[in-house]
Design a protein around this ligand. Structure first.
Ligand SMILES: [Zn+2]
Ligand SMILES: [Zn+2]
Length: 137
C-alpha cells in the first residue's frame, strides 16, 4: 500500500499520514459531504487525526457541529478550495482524508457506506451512460 499522502488541486497544501494503513474506508452520503464535495457522496480514508501532518500556509478550516453535537473540523485549501480532510473527535479522534486528494488512490476500497438515508439516486454511475476517455470529442 502506498503512503497515505496527497495534496489539493493547486498544490499549495500537502499532507501525509504516519499511519501505515487506514482504520477504515468509508463512502459518506451525508448532506454535509454532498455540499462540501459538490458531488453525491464523498469517499474517505480514515486515519488517526494526530497521524496527519499538513504543509502549506493556505490551509483553512471550517468548523461546524456534527450530528453528535461535537465539532467537526474540515480542512481545505484557501486558494483552490479542495477539501482535504475532516477531523471527527466524536468518532474515535479519526480524520477522514478525502480519497480523491491522495497522490495514489488506486488502492482505495471502501467497505461501508454511511448516511444512506440521505443518499442521492444519481450517486451511482450508471452502466448505461456514454463514455469518453477524457473530454468529449
Ligand atoms: Zn490548493
Ligand atoms: Zn459525510
Amino acid at each position: 500500500m502506498p503512503k497515505i499522502e496527497g495534496s489539493c488541486l493547486c498544490g499549495q497544501v500537502t499532507y501525509s499520514s504516519s499511519a501505515d494503513e487506514p482504520a477504515m474506508m468509508v463512502v459518506c452520503h451525508c448532506p454535509d459531504c454532498q455540499r462540501q464535495s459538490g458531488s453525491a457522496y464523498s469517499t474517505n480514508v480514515l486515519v488517526p487525526t494526530a497521524s496527519i501532518a499538513f504543509e502549506g500556509d493556505n490551509r483553512r478550516t471550517y468548523v461546524m457541529n456534527g450530528a453528535s453535537g461535537q465539532p467537526v473540523t474540515r480542512n481545505f485549501c484557501g486558494n483552490c478550495g479542495s477539501p482535504l480532510s475532516t477531523e471527527m473527535p466524536a468518532f474515535g479522534d479519526l480524520a477522514a482524508v478525502k480519497a480523491g486528494t491522495l497522490q495514489d488512490s488506486s488502492w482505495v476500497k471502501p467497505s461501508i457506506q454511511i448516511w444512506c438515508n440521505s443518499a442521492q439516486p444519481w450517486g451511482p454511475v450508471s452502466d448505461d451512460m456514454d463514455e469518453a476517455p477524457a473530454n468529449p470529442g
